[in-house]
Design a protein around this ligand. Structure first.
Ligand code: GDP
Ligand code: MN
Length: 392
């Protein structure tokens, strides 16, 4: 789950991470009065669950409260499109009005989980302010990575070494090291998958300020963070993603695919994607309905698949275990009926109650091609796909 910048800033402040004074506003009038209280010269920042706002017109430095009002009016109620959003963008409902920070240097600092290292890793770079993916791709040597020990984190001397390596001048090393340790505490205490400051700024008058703030929380840990869970803003999420989460299915939309895949189990889902990809009919999604799905969940998953306009055929690959094939088949029939979908279905049902499942699909009146094993899948799926570009 993602937090908004203003929400992350409040958490940063509680952990002693220096942030600019700021107020949140939902209307241009609120933005104006907030700017007046903050001294007029402020930065107006669209609050969306996406980075890259600066280049997309979602961050505006203004000289006075009247300009803050009109900058806010230009952002609020519109969708902001950045390189991290879809072409439709994400709605701006709030703007953060922050005291401007006089910037001398922009750095990058983040804590995330390194799967290979099986540990949290603290990453820093003097090439802050810009897209860190670009820095990582073109100048990996400019990113400093310090592995933390999951049991104790990092020691203060490790944080000081890192601060020096990042180029903090001697009289700011102590402060920067404290900030690194505090960011690490934010990360651990809140079960984050990412705690990021980009840019972390050295001001012209020699202070350190977190100018941007990003926190992503591990969904599976939200049960123990009711306060964080309350900060969710589902409107910022992609519609299909939101429906998938509500239904309890793991769904990832993929670009350029035409086959909607419905599978139980993550491993089988990945194998299914590989097979359709190899057959020259790329999958439109990853979808794992889970081991214990019921009819309604299967039906909702089916409806998710067919509401993706890229999907031209459906491949149902169920290995019946705890999830019985007859239940899966009923769910598919229900989903097809409720969505009115006429898409061709390729079905491979094996395991518990596979015969019943086939019969239910065969009797449903839907267009179904049955397979006996996975080796037939590529050709069968390819055969059901309408010619490229044909309308469904
Ligand atoms: P992002 O583009 O979504 O990551 O938004 P940021 O909060 O990182 O802002 C983008 C850029 O705007 C920063 O890298 C800064 O260069 C600039 N910026 C943001 N706030 C301030 C500020 O208070 N003062 C100055 N001088 N620049 C700012
Ligand atoms: Mn940023």
């Amino acid at each position: 789950m993602k937090l908004h910048e203003y929400q992350a800033k409040e958490i940063f402040a509680r952990y002693g991470i220096p942030v600019a004074r700021s107020e949140i506003a939902s209307t241009p009038a609120e933005a104006k009065s907030a700017a007046e209280r903050l001294g007029g010269k402020v930065v107006v920042k669209a609050q969306v669950h996406a980075g890259g706002r600066g280049k997309a017109g979602g961050v505006k430095l203004v000289a006075n409260a009247a300009e803050a009002e009109s900058a806010a009016a230009g952002m609020l109620g519109r969708n902001l499109v950045t390189h991290q959003t879809t072409a439709r963008g994400v709605p701006v409902r709030k703007v953060l009005i922050a005291e401007t920070t006089p910037i001398a240097t922009e750095l990058y600092l983040a804590v995330t989980v390194d799967g290979d290292a099986r540990a949290p890793v603290i990453m820093g770079s003097r090439a802050g302010g810009m897209d860190i993916e670009t820095v990582a791709a073109e100048h990996p040597e400019r990113i400093i990575r310090v592995k933390a020990d999951p049991s104790y984190g990092i020691w203060p001397y490790g944080a000081r070494d890192m601060a020096r390596a990042l180029g903090f001048p001697p009289k700011l090393v102590r402060e920067a090291a404290d900030l690194i340790l505090n960011l690490y505490r934010v990360f651990v205490d809140n079960d984050c998958t990412l705690a990021e400051i980009n840019p972390l700024v050295i001001t012209t008058d020699g202070r350190v300020v977190a100018v941007d703030s990003k926190l992503n929380i591990e969904d599976d840990a939200l049960f123990r963070h009711a306060d964080l869970k309350a900060l969710a803003d589902p409107e910022q999420q992609d519609e299909l993603q939101r429906r998938a989460e509500a239904a309890g299915v793991k769904y990832v939309k993929l670009e350029n695919g035409r086959v909607g895949c419905m599978v139980n189990g993550a491993g089988l889902a990945m194998a299914t994607m590989d097979i359709t990809e190899k057959a020259g009919t790329p999958p439109a999604n990853f979808l794992d309905v889970g081991g214990s799905a019921n009819e309604d969940r299967i039906a909702e998953a089916f409806k998710l698949l067919v509401s993706d306009a890229d999907v031209r055929a459906i491949f149902v690959n169920i290995f019946g275990g705890i999830l019985r094939c007859d239940i899966a088949a009923r769910g598919v029939v229900q989903g097809a009926r409720e969505s009115g979908s006429r898409l061709h279905i390729v079905a491979l049902l094996r395991g518990t109650n596979a015969e019943d499942g086939r019969r239910i699909l065969a009797d449903s009146g839907l267009k179904v091609t049955f397979l006996d094993d996975l080796s037939q899948a590529g050709a069968a799926v390819a055969a059901t796909l309408p010619a490229q570009g044909a309308r469904r």
